[in-house]
Write a new protein. Structure first.
Length: 97
């Protein structure tokens, strides 16, 4: 699932809370920042602040997908897609500031 990936932290939601995934992340040198499910007998600790940043990234992708040109992939080459994403990110940034 995450073989070949390198990162300092593995951020995921509760749906990915499995012992197998967490052990694999540890073997690859990652710290798993996954909130434990409520029915887990031994509740793990995780960095809540770092997990909240994951939510911001998810919202940014949702904002990008709202733009029809990106969501339906009208652009056929990589440079056009990149330009569309950059324009939409700029619009998001200007809206925030």
């Amino acid at each position: 699932m995450i073989e070949g990936m390198t990162a300092e932290h593995l951020l995921a939601d509760k749906g990915y809370d499995s012992d197998l995934l967490i052990e694999q992340a540890k073997k690859q040198g990652m710290q798993a920042q996954i909130p434990p499910r409520k029915n887990r007998k031994a509740q793990r600790i995780y960095d809540k602040h770092l997990y909240k940043l994951r939510h911001l990234v998810e919202n940014a992708f949702l904002y990008l997908k709202r733009w029809r040109g990106i969501a339906t992939r009208y652009a056929k080459n990589a440079s056009s897609v990149l330009a569309a994403v950059q324009i939409r990110c700029l619009a998001l940034w200007l809206k925030i500031y």
